[in-house]
Structure formats: structure tokens, C-alpha cells
Design a protein around this ligand. Sequence first.
Ligand SMILES: Nc1ncnc2c1ncn2[C@@H]1O[C@H](COP(=O)(O)OP(=O)(O)O)[C@@H](O)[C@H]1O
Ligand SMILES: [Mg+2]
Length: 157
Amino acid sequence: MTSRHITLTLASPEATCRFARHIGAMLRPGDVLLLSGQIGAGKTHFARCLIQSLLVIPEDVPSPTFTLVQTYDTTAGELWHADLYRLTGPDESVELGLTEAFESAICLVEWPDRLQDLTPRDALLLTFAAAQTDDTRHVTLDWQAPRWDDLSVEQMA
Ligand SMILES: Nc1ncnc2c1ncn2[C@@H]1O[C@H](COP(=O)(O)OP(=O)(O)O)[C@@H](O)[C@H]1O
Ligand SMILES: [Mg+2]
């Protein structure tokens, strides 16, 4: 499989929200987004905007730092938002039911490095990084699955 790769600049939290809504609008059950990057890079901000754009009933979207997983009913189906920072090994992601959710739900996963060899190969990897100015972030999208070839990301930032 060929690898695809693109980097966008997100000039403000609102720009990240617009980008998140654009991605959110194309999601369906079985899609996995891996959200990578350091603490404060914007992973949860991205996930919150994406989830809120798809909620059936408006509700808060807390960071799953402590609960590990939050689940939502969305207009696109069941959605799981996971933060694997505290996981000590990939086995725990199986116990959480996350590997099953990869097949049946939309999954947004922060700290996906914890999955090691359980990382779904057809996922879209988004890596967030700080930039020179406080409110700017860079996001790099990496994928192999043809599923993500039609993102039309040029229009997103
Ligand atoms: N362009 C941007 N995109 C996303 N977040 C931004 C941006 N600029 C500033 N921020 C701020 O950076 C912080 C990111 O925090 P958070 O999303 O919790 O990070 P993470 O989940 O990666 O640890 C938030 O306070 C957010 O408002
Ligand atoms: Mg977070």
C-alpha cells in the first residue's frame, strides 16, 4: 500500500474546529482516527469540536483522561473517544472493548502509541504539533487506506 501524507496549518482554535467538523462530516462506523502529539497540542480540542458537530443531543465533551473512554450517540452512529495515556500495555485496550469498537463504531484515540501492534492499519493518523505562535498548530495527516484518499484536505484549513 502507498502512504499518503499532508500537513496543514491551523491558525486558531476555531480553525482547528472547522477542520474537525470537515473530517467529522465524512465519518462512518468502522473509521478510526489516531490523534497523536504532545500534551496541549490540541488533540482533545479537535475531538471535542468533531464530536459536538455530530451529537444528536447537545452535551459536554470532557477529556477522557481519567475515564479512558467516553462514548456518544452521534448522527453518524456510535462514537468512542479514548485517551490511552494511562495505559500500561495494549492488552488493556482489549479489556476496554476498544479493539471491538474499532470494527463497529467511530473511534477517536488519543495517545495511540499505546496500542502498539493493535493499531488498526486502515486508520487515519493525525499528528498535532505546536507552532511559532501560541494559537497556531500544525497537523499532519498520514494514511495508507484508500478510504482517506478523498479527504479533499486542501479545502479544510
Ligand atoms: N490552533 C489550535 N488548535 C487547537 N488548540 C489550540 C489552538 N490554539 C490554541 N489551542 C489551545 O491549546 C490547548 C489544547 O489542549 P488539548 O486539546 O486539551 O490538548 P491535548 O488533548 O493534545 O493534550 C487548548 O487550551 C486550546 O484552546
Ligand atoms: Mg487530550
